[in-house]
Design a protein around this ligand. Sequence first.
Ligand code: NAD
Length: 478
Amino acid sequence: MIIVQNYINGKFESIDSTIEDVNPATGEVIAQIPKSGSLEVENAVVAADSARKSWSDLSLEKRTIWLDKIADVLESKSEEIASLESLDTGKPISLARAVDASRSVANFRFFAEFARDYKSEKFEMDDAINHVILKPVGIAGLITPWNLPLYLLSWKIAPAIVMGNTVVAKPSELTPLTANLLAEVIHEVGLPAGVVNIVHGLGSEAGQSIVEHPKVNLISFTGGTMTGRKVAETASPMFKKLSLELGGKNATIVLDDTNLDDAIPGIARAGFLNQGQVCLCGSRILVSEKIWDEFIDKFVTFVKGMKVGDPSSEDSDLGALVSFAHRDKVESYIHLAQREGGEILCGGKSPKLSSPFDKGAFLEPTIVSNLSHMSRTATEEIFGPVVTLHSFKTEDEAIEMANCTDYGLAGSVWTGDTQRGARIAERLETGMVWVNTWLHRDLRVPFGGIKDSGVGREGGRWSLGFFSEAINICVKES
Ligand code: NAD
């Protein structure tokens, strides 16, 4: 049993009230975490406030060295990150290694290097020069979800502290283990006390207390759209800087000129990576009617071949969903799909696994056809291993179908003609589009959604801008 503590002002602290953390692949309780509330958040904010001045007085160059130190120690613990992440989330170990562990290290390295290279802007007038400088915002409240726990937490902590802010972070109560590991790493490298504080607990208690706290100047939130709305309702009247990275219902458009043998592994990856629990997953697959039969035949065969099982096994393609409650929610959408007239082409139920995984929150990758593209199943975020298939006649129809939901996070277009793909990509109402690939990330580019998928952009210079106040100093020649 792992005992997770809060990390406040450079110290690990327990509280009496705790929450159980469950391994969703077996149902076993693996950790106890603090059920923090406003008192612990207050202590963390006091610590972050005391550390503010000396941290922001350090040069940016010196702060980047701290990021490098954190990255070095994290990297030496890559295998531990991967196994904790797999245990906590139920995701396959191979995915936890390739994506979670490596990106968490890369986030610290990237923001150290990117901030070092960042050139402040200058605008010359005939008789004056404008110098734009980036100042820290103050105390950053960082709230993260369970699907990519350390990956998303490090994506926020690294730019927040490199720009001179101090941090109060609350990881998801479902997946606290790697945030705890990060606290241990931060402690080990000796980052000044109070620069990063990690408070565990429920969203409605610890999370809400961070958002409400008058001394927290900025909120960076990643999570569901409903929660994001609540966060915005609390933070906006207080004029906090706000970034909301929310849900998605992303379209995958497959044009008639696509080489399906090449594309199908990528389309299946987009649908089912991390059991379909990536905000960017392509869960609505729109296929040209000219290749519909061939697509269904090849796609269903491919997906039926995906192995669901023991997350620690190298050959599992899918592990468990994050919790039993979440599996119930995803299953309820499979039942809804059937009530809406959908035909289940494969999956739709829990796989038969041997002990101890027979007690886990597993679900087979599921393909549903025969639904209207406007049905609830095809327009609401399910966030699980369920994709719906829809056929289209023309490019215009594909674009209209892709743009029909309230979400606007991401999409992908698959084609033999990249110019045609890029032309369609420009007409999609989303923050990000991939052509002939998916989740291919350059950390310098803007990341974020439009419509109900969020507000603001993170990544590269957008993160440096969000985690700072741009101040203009106009100097007139005397
Ligand atoms: P969630 O909204 O339930 O929780 C996210 C975080 O917010 C958790 O730490 C939770 O404890 C906290 N929280 C809950 N209520 C709160 C409140 N009132 N005030 C402050 N914090 C509160 O989301 P989840 O179920 O953990 O994650 C899944 C969702 O996240 C999906 O909708 C997915 O699309 C989205 N997501 C989006 C992105 C993106 O970059 N756009 C990335 C990953 C996940």
